[in-house]
Design a protein around this ligand. Sequence first.
Ligand code: ADP
Ligand code: ADP
Ligand code: ZN
Length: 214
Amino acid sequence: MNPNILILGAPGAGKGTQSDNIVDEYGVDHVTTGDALRSNKGMDISHLGLAYDTPGEYMDKGELVPDEVVNEIVETALDEADGYVLDGYPRNLDQAEHLSAMTDLDVVLYLDVDEDVLVERLTGRRVCEECGATFHVDFDPPEQAGVCDECGGDLYQREDDSEETARERIRVYEDNTAPVVEFYDDRGELARVDGEQTPDEVWGDVSDAIETHA
Ligand code: ADP
Ligand code: ADP
Ligand code: ZN
């Protein structure tokens, strides 16, 4: 049985980067609501009668997409997975309750990173439009600027990685998701990792925590 892993942390904490390592090492599925929503930005959700008619309108403002949209995406993905690393969900307490009813977690990881570092990481992030690989202009630059080392695809900057939207996302994170971290901490389930170390050092601590708990 492959492990069921939850990875928590603010936007830019390194969840995607470490999830890639987890997938390589443990052969689990990477279930990420951010990527799932980005590939469905234009989905028509007008029948729900919410503030906006597509997920993309929430995302470009740095706001959370409504729970009824996100819960369904996650439920389908977890049903189909043989072991997973879940990244980007739950982002509020209602989602955390929903997740508890859906599945059993083996490990809950928390990547701890200060706000100034998060903003530097988000505004310097570059993503491959072909394969989704992530780089950073200063901390993890590609060999040739603007070109993916993995597949040669073009790198782009996510629309919500502007400084203004990055700060708004961190604010939304503090209001909504910080209580989720407490929720798992109170239950004694949280494995805290210092996310300000180098990516390799963070990976060392992450893999130790998985070996201990799973
Ligand atoms: P998240 O998925 O939590 O939003 P990412 O994994 O996409 O975060 O990382 C955000 C940015 O920071 C990326 O550009 C990535 O290359 C860079 N990054 C990730 N981990 C580290 C680290 N330990 N030190 C420095 N930069 C990092
Ligand atoms: P990051 O990699 O910076 O942590 P994500 O890629 O996870 O950001 O998320 C991008 C956007 O997608 C969020 O700002 C939000 O609008 C939406 N989103 C992702 N996951 C969720 C979720 N669990 N609940 C609501 N909205 C979400
Ligand atoms: Zn690529």
